[in-house]
Ligand binder design. Structure first.
Ligand code: GTP
Ligand code: MG
Length: 136
């Protein structure tokens, strides 16, 4: 059965949206098989976001992800990778569709990096890699 890595980013944890976000994952019918709150290290985030090294938002993104605790979740179910990306909505919370996590709960706060509440792995290869990083 497929697994994905979900992160509730520091904005989601600070705004006390962890329960609501996990409730949406469970309501969709996916199983939460691992769950922990962690304050990430820079080393961990550099591994997680290696595909974005050199992009203009990379450093602000890492700083943002270091700004508070993150909740890391492994969710399981058939097609959960695509299914959670669909639940999360598109990257920019301003235009993410209503009904999605980002569309319903996120917005533009005028900051250097898009604060969009959640991360979800984007492929089987990414999920395997990211689960290995966060749940080593
Ligand atoms: P994740 O699930 O977090 O990986 O989001 P994503 O797959 O929808 O986006 P992507 O992997 O392309 O980017 C990772 C994160 O970098 C995003 O979730 C945003 O927080 C941030 N980001 C991506 N693109 C931009 C951008 O163009 N500008 C800014 N300011 N931030 C961005
Ligand atoms: Mg991504």
């Amino acid at each position: 059965i497929e697994r994905t890595l979900i992160l509730i980013k520091p904005d989601g944890v600070k705004r006390r949206l962890t329960g609501q976000i996990i409730a949406r994952v469970e309501a969709k019918g996916y199983d939460v098989v691992e769950l922990k709150q962690v304050h990430a290290t820079r080393e961990l985030l550099e591994a997680h976001y290696e595909e974005h090294v050199g992009k203009p938002f990379y450093e602000p993104l890492v700083e943002f992800m270091l700004s508070g605790p993150v909740v890391a979740v492994i969710a399981e179910g058939h097609n959960v990778i695509t299914g959670f990306r669909s639940l999360a909505g598109t990257t920019d919370p301003t235009t993410a569709a209503p009904g999605t996590i980002r569309g319903d709960l996120g917005r533009d706060w005028g900051l250097k990096v898009q604060q969009n509440l959640v991360h979800g792995s984007d492929s089987v290869e990414s999920a395997t890699r990211e689960i290995g990083i966060w749940f080593a």
